[in-house]
Design a protein around this ligand. Structure first.
Ligand code: VGL
Ligand code: ZN
Length: 247
């Protein structure tokens, strides 16, 4: 009698357990979109909007294909954040990263510099010019900081944290840390240069990092876009879409 009762209980538990697994599998298979929790940024999170400047938009001197298409996406997700920081590529008129500063060199060729191989670019984002201005469609009045980079004539800086010499800090990691910000969401231009380098340095500085793929566009010079995503994945950067963020 006791034995029968015992096996009855086990049997019931087994049936309930099996039903639970079945439900989870069905949910996972037919409804992954609504089953996934949206990510809700809080006071310890910041959105970094990287280099959404006229030179990088269609018609600009270093235009990123479809670069303008990210602006409404960025304006929308910015509403879900209390902290937003913008970056601006901000070069001297004869910056070392410009092909025009090297006799006989063309844009997208490379040159060996003391800090390593530098890709040479068309002149872009010269301090104080219209090309260096933030896109006028960008509408984030609450942005609390604009950090400029690449203003040392002889050192480039794709990263918003660390210049290409890998020694000179911009101060941005300290800013976030002093403000108690531990999680960064990165959007902007270009995915494979300033976005990726900033995301990788943010990981090295100890931040949790999300890159919002549809809020970025890439240059993709010689496979640089696929390499950037592989490097970011290896560094633990999380790749998400704007719809994953609760607004
Ligand atoms: C960038 C190339 C040169 C960027 C800046 O914002 O990704 N790319 N300067
Ligand atoms: Zn630049």
């Amino acid at each position: 009698m006791l034995e029968t009762s015992g096996s009855g209980t086990s049997r019931r538990n087994f049936i309930i357990g099996a039903a639970g697994i079945g439900l989870a599998q069905v949910l996972g298979r037919i409804a992954p979109a609504w089953a996934a929790e949206p990510i809700k940024p809080d006071g310890t999170s910041a959105l970094m909007v990287v280099d959404v400047q006229n030179c990088f938009l269609p018609g600009g001197s270093l235009a990123v294909k479809e670069g303008d298409q990210i602006i409404p996406v960025i304006n929308k997700i910015a509403q879900g954040f209390t902290n937003v920081v913008l970056t601006q590529d901000w070069h001297t008129p004869h910056h070392i990263s410009f092909a025009s500063s090297h006799t006989g060199k063309q844009p997208f060729e490379t040159v060996a510099l003391p800090y390593g191989t530098q890709i040479l670019w068309p002149d872009h984002c010269v301090q104080g010019t219209e090309g260096a201005a933030l896109a006028k469609e960008l509408n984030i009045p609450k942005a609390e900081l604009i950090i400029r980079k690449g203003f040392h004539n002889d050192v480039d800086s794709y990263s918003a944290f660390l210049e290409a010499d890998k020694k000179t800090q911009t101060g941005l990691a300290g800013y976030f840390k002093e403000r108690g910000i531990t999680t960064l969401f990165v959007a902007g231009l270009a995915t494979d240069f300033c976005v990726a380098w900033s995301a990788l340095d943010a990981r090295r500085a100890g931040f949790t990092v999300y890159v919002v793929e549809d809020a970025c566009r890439g240059i993709d010079a010689n496979g640089s876009l696929a390499k950037a995503w592989a490097d970011m994945a290896a560094a633990g950067v999380k790749r998400i879409q704007s719809t994953d963020i609760a607004v």
